[in-house]
Ligand binder design. Structure first.
Ligand SMILES: NC(=O)c1ccc[n+]([C@@H]2O[C@H](COP(=O)([O-])OP(=O)(O)OC[C@H]3O[C@@H](n4cnc5c(N)ncnc54)[C@H](OP(=O)(O)O)[C@@H]3O)[C@@H](O)[C@H]2O)c1
Length: 246
């Protein structure tokens, strides 16, 4: 555990770090020695729990309310992180939402909200983070294996947003390469979080491994991509789903 490091590689920001995958990523990055800022939108209690857990292990953490649908809030979150912990070395763009609906009933506001957070918010977070990131930094997005193959009726818009993320990451790798900033996209299959809480039995039954994944399993891959050894990998989408899309 590195608790007092003022290393320029120290600062990490997790967009959507209060619950589920993002919370596991925040805790894992703290264990890797990063000072971790995490954003949330609706659950300050959960964000505070993550900060307290990191601090209890001797790490440094900061919770920031910032709706990923709000460009100003995203820029402010990046600024607050840099002010507190120094220039960013790692940004994990995890905030996202799932809403499913049959085509003929799909509400326009749901479409707009998913595009705003899952696509527009991802671009804005990458843009803002890159502007305050040191050369040689790391950006990781959380997409979904639905970008490869969904197969769940009503999930078309969600799958579309995650395909957009994979394409964005692939192409932005070229923009960021001259600064040795890597950007990669982790594509989980079903993971046990609030998003899947009501579907766990069905999802496990459909899985080749007959189980869903754990947030910590996603966090482990993020930690690798955020680490020194992953400096030659960029633009990649890595699927982590127990064989769901095979
Ligand atoms: N769980 C899965 O099976 C699965 C599979 C593949 C991909 N994913 C992706 O993984 C990511 C995390 O999913 P999860 O299952 O961990 O979800 P979750 O348990 O619902 O947690 C979502 C997190 O994102 C935050 N968030 C949501 N909307 C936000 C917004 N507009 N602005 C800022 N933060 C926002 C939430 O903050 P609050 O706590 O404040 O609400 C929370 O910290 C998503 O992008 C999701 O699409 C999940």
């Amino acid at each position: 555990m590195h608790t007092e490091s003022s290393s320029p590689k120290n600062a990490a920001l997790v967009f959507g770090g209060s619950r589920g995958i993002g919370a596991a990523v925040a805790r894992r990055l703290a264990r890797e020695g990063h000072a971790v800022a995490l954003t949330y939108v609706s659950r300050p209690d959960k964000a505070a729990d993550v900060v307290a857990a990191i601090q209890a292990e001797g790490g440094r953490a900061l919770a920031i309310q910032a709706d990923s649908a709000d460009a100003g809030a995203i820029a402010s979150a990046v600024g607050q992180t840099a002010d507190a912990f120094g220039p960013l070395h790692v940004a994990v763009v995890n905030a996202g939402l799932y809403r499913g609906s049959p085509l003929d009933e799909f509400p326009l506001e749901t479409l707009d909200k998913m595009l705003a957070v899952n696509v527009r918010g991802v671009f804005l977070a990458i843009q803002a983070a890159a502007a305050r990131m040191q050369d040689g930094g790391r950006i990781v997005t959380i997409g979904s294996n639905a970008a490869v193959r969904g197969g769940i009726v009503g999930s078309s818009v969600y799958a579309m947003t995650k395909s957009a993320v994979a394409t964005l990451v692939r192409e932005l790798a070229l923009d960021l390469a001259p600064r040795r900033i890597t950007i990669n996209n982790v594509q989980p299959g079903p993971i046990e979080t609030d998003i899947t809480a009501d579907l766990l039995d069905m999802l496990a039954a459909r899985s080749p491994m007959k189980r869903v994944g754990r947030p910590e399993e996603v966090a482990a891959l993020v930690a690798y991509l955020a680490g020194d050894e992953a400096g030659y990998m960029t633009g990649a989408s890595l699927t982590l789903d127990g064989g769901w899309v095979v």
